[in-house]
Design a protein around this ligand. Structure first.
Ligand code: KIV
Length: 274
C-alpha cells in the first residue's frame, strides 16, 4: 500500500468503503499508550479500548466490574499513541442500559474527555432506541451481538451463541434493527460461521468477527490473547484465538535471565556502569 494512503486517518466512512471494495477490516484491542502506538504504526484499521481490560489488565473473572472512569483513563492514554487508526471505546456494563439520557450523557462524556471517535455497545433489540438517539446526536456506535460478555451471567457461561433457530432469528432481526438505527459497524462474537455469513451479506455496515468464521468483513482479537501474553485459566483458550507470538514465554525467559545475571554478578558490567 502506498505510504500516502497508509497515513490517512481511518474513519467510519473508510470502513463502509472497505466493505464495498471487499477489503478486510483489521481490528485489535489496546489498553495503553505503548501498545496503541505499535498497533497504529503497524497499520491496524480500528483500535478498540475493550472492557476486556477487566480480564487481561485487571485480572477479573468478568468484564462486569469495569467502571466508566476506568474506561476513560485507559482511552486517554491509548489516544496519545494513535494517529491513524479509528479509536473506539467499549461502554462498560450499566453505563448505557439504564435509560437513553444516561447513555447519551455517558457516551458523550467518553468522546469529550478522551478524544475517541466512537463507542461500542453490547446488545440487540432492547438497545435500538438508545443507538438511534446516539446516532442522532452524532455519536458513532458499533454494535456487538452473539456472545456479549456483559451478559455472561444470563447466558450461564462463555459458550457459542445463536446455535438454535430462535436465537439466530433474534440476532438477525437485531442486526437489521441496529443498522436501521444507525450503527456504523457490528461485532459478531462466537456464533456459527453460517449465521455470521448471513448477517454479513444482509447488512450494509461492516461486520467484525471474533469467533464468527471467515466470512465477516473484518476480524478482531484481544491483543494480549493474540500476542500469547494472556494465559487462559487452565490453558483453555477459545479456538478462535490464533497466537501470533509467545510473549508470556519471552517475558519469563528475559526476567529469569535478568535475575540469574544479577545473582551471579554478571549485571551490571563495567560498560553498564558510570
Ligand atoms: O472487550 C473487548 O475486547 C471486546 C472485543 C473482544 C470485541 O469486546
Amino acid at each position: 500500500m502506498p505510504s500516502s494512503l497508509r497515513q490517512q486517518h481511518v474513519t467510519t466512512q473508510t470502513l463502509r468503503d472497505m466493505k464495498q471494495r471487499g477489503e478486510k477490516v483489521a481490528m485489535l484491542t489496546a489498553y495503553d499508550f505503548l501498545m496503541a502506538k505499535l498497533l497504529d504504526e503497524a497499520g491496524i484499521d480500528i483500535i478498540l479500548v475493550g472492557d476486556s481490560l477487566g480480564n487481561v489488565v485487571q485480572g477479573q473473572a468478568t468484564t462486569l466490574l469495569v467502571t466508566l472512569d476506568e474506561m476513560i483513563y485507559h482511552t486517554k492514554i491509548v489516544r496519545r499513541g494513535v494517529s491513524r487508526s479509528l479509536l473506539i471505546v467499549d461502554m462498560p456494563f450499566l453505563s448505557y442500559q439504564v435509560n437513553i439520557d444516561e447513555a447519551v450523557r455517558n457516551c458523550g462524556r467518553v468522546l469529550k474527555e478522551t478524544g475517541a471517535e466512537g463507542v461500542k455497545l453490547e446488545g440487540g433489540l432492547p438497545i435500538v432506541e438508545t443507538v438511534r438517539r446516539l446516532a442522532d446526536v452524532g455519536i458513532p456506535v458499533m454494535g456487538h451481538l452473539g456472545l456479549t460478555p456483559q451478559s455472561v451471567h444470563k447466558f450461564g457461561g462463555y459458550g457459542v451463541r445463536a446455535t438454535g433457530e430462535r436465537e439466530a432469528e433474534w440476532l438477525l432481526k437485531s442486526a437489521h434493527a441496529l443498522e436501521e438505527a444507525g450503527i456504523f459497524s457490528i461485532v459478531l462474537e462466537k456464533i456459527p460461521a453460517s449465521l455470521a455469513k448471513r448477517v454479513t451479506s444482509e447488512v450494509t455496515v461492516p461486520t467484525i468477527g471474533i469467533g464468527g468464521g471467515p466470512n465477516c468483513d473484518g476480524q478482531v482479537l484481544v491483543l494480549y490473547d493474540m500476542l500469547g501474553l494472556y494465559e487462559f485459566p487452565g490453558g483453555m483458550a477459545p479456538k478462535f484465538v490464533r497466537r501470533y507470538a509467545d510473549l508470556a514465554g519471552t517475558v519469563r525467559v528475559a526476567v529469569r535471565s535478568y535475575i540469574d545475571d544479577l545473582k551471579h554478578g554478571r549485571f551490571p558490567s563495567e560498560e553498564e556502569s558510570y
